[in-house]
Design a protein around this ligand. Structure first.
Ligand SMILES: Nc1ncnc2c1ncn2[C@@H]1O[C@H](COP(=O)(O)OP(=O)(O)O)[C@@H](O)[C@H]1O
Ligand SMILES: [Mg+2]
Length: 292
């Protein structure tokens, strides 16, 4: 697990990149936010994020090949597949960290395929990383506040800093409460348990006030009790969010997911409700490793 140091931090870089993005777009913080769910052409009611035929090639390898996926508010949509199936690459394209080689991404009514990661974050796409990504020497609260600032503050507008500070402090406090970390707010983040650090990552994501949560293996390395706490948190969060969950623990996936997409070698082999995935002969041979 890698923890970041405050110096040269990605959150600060994010804030600066976002400022440049705002300037380039000629817009203020928060511009472009506000997603009209279900207004996207072709997407069903409640669809927040929709990818169509998303493809990413690395040299000759199609890490993600013509993947289509819809994320709906009120749903946990799990993406499963063996290591190297293309799950993280898919998330990196949805979050804006990696440009697709081909395909389209819509957020509500907007085609966001060409949008930068900071612009997508401002518009409501939050993510957590497969590897823990916190500032170990800062407090839990400061970690969440930095995230909120990166999403909302206009870094060059120094006259706004007091107001922005109040807003980001409030976002951070709400996010910490939602992630169940209020009792640990003043603790040094590096002293949290592994599960606590993953909860903090969710809090950092929530501090940006997202509508879509892209969670890359948030249960990885957790004990049974920590897993239960995280599953309860996700069940709570899905009421107001569209959640994409990458996860290897099949017990957890089949308990929490409303829909499951199965990826093999960069391609989707099935998307369905858990009961149908469990009995799908293609999935059983391709992924669960059983004879059909
Ligand atoms: N930046 C990259 N450059 C080259 N190959 C990559 C890169 N990122 C991922 N890959 C390759 O793409 C495939 C899918 O990787 P990844 O999306 O990380 O899979 P998963 O998250 O399902 O384990 C793997 O073969 C991986 O080696
Ligand atoms: Mg991965």
């Amino acid at each position: 697990m890698s923890e970041r140091t405050a110096a040269g931090s990605a959150a600060i870089e994010g804030a600066v990149a976002q400022a440049g993005d705002n300037l380039a777009a000629g817009t203020g913080a928060g511009a472009g936010a506000g997603i009209d769910a279900g207004a996207a052409g072709g997407a069903g009611a409640g669809t927040m994020l929709q990818a169509v035929n998303l493809t990413r090639r690395f040299g000759g390898l199609a890490a993600v090949n013509r993947v289509s996926i819809d994320l709906h508010r009120g749903e946990v949509h799990a993406v499963i597949g063996t290591n190297g199936a293309g799950k993280s690459t898919l998330v990196n394209m949805l979050s804006g960290e990696l440009p697709p080689s081909d395909g389209t991404i819509r957020l509500g009514a907007h085609d966001i395929t060409g949008w930068s990661q900071p612009r997508r974050a401002r518009a409501g796409i939050g993510r957590s990383y497969q590897r823990t990504n916190i500032f170990g020497e800062l407090s839990v609260f400061e970690n969440a506040r930095l995230s909120a600032q990166a999403a909302h503050q206009r870094a060059w507008a120094c006259w706004e800093s007091a107001r922005a500070c109040t807003i980001s402090g409030r976002s951070a406090a709400e996010a910490i409460a939602a992630a169940g970390l209020t009792d640990h707010a003043e603790r040094v983040a590096g002293s949290l348990s592994h599960g606590g650090k993953r909860q903090l990552e969710i809090a950092m994501c929530l501090a940006t006030r997202p509508q879509v949560l892209l969670l890359d293996e948030p249960l990885a390395g957790m004990g049974a009790e920590e897993t239960e706490r995280m599953l309860a948190l996700l069940a709570e969060l899905k009421r107001d969010h569209a959640i994409l969950l990458i996860e290897h623990d099949m017990d957890a996936v089949f308990r929490i997911a409303d829909r499951i997409t199965v990826m093999v070698n960069g391609e989707v082999v099935a998307t369905n409700v858990p009961a149908a995935i469990r009995t799908d002969p293609v999935v059983r041979t391709a992924y669960l490793g059983e004879d059909a």
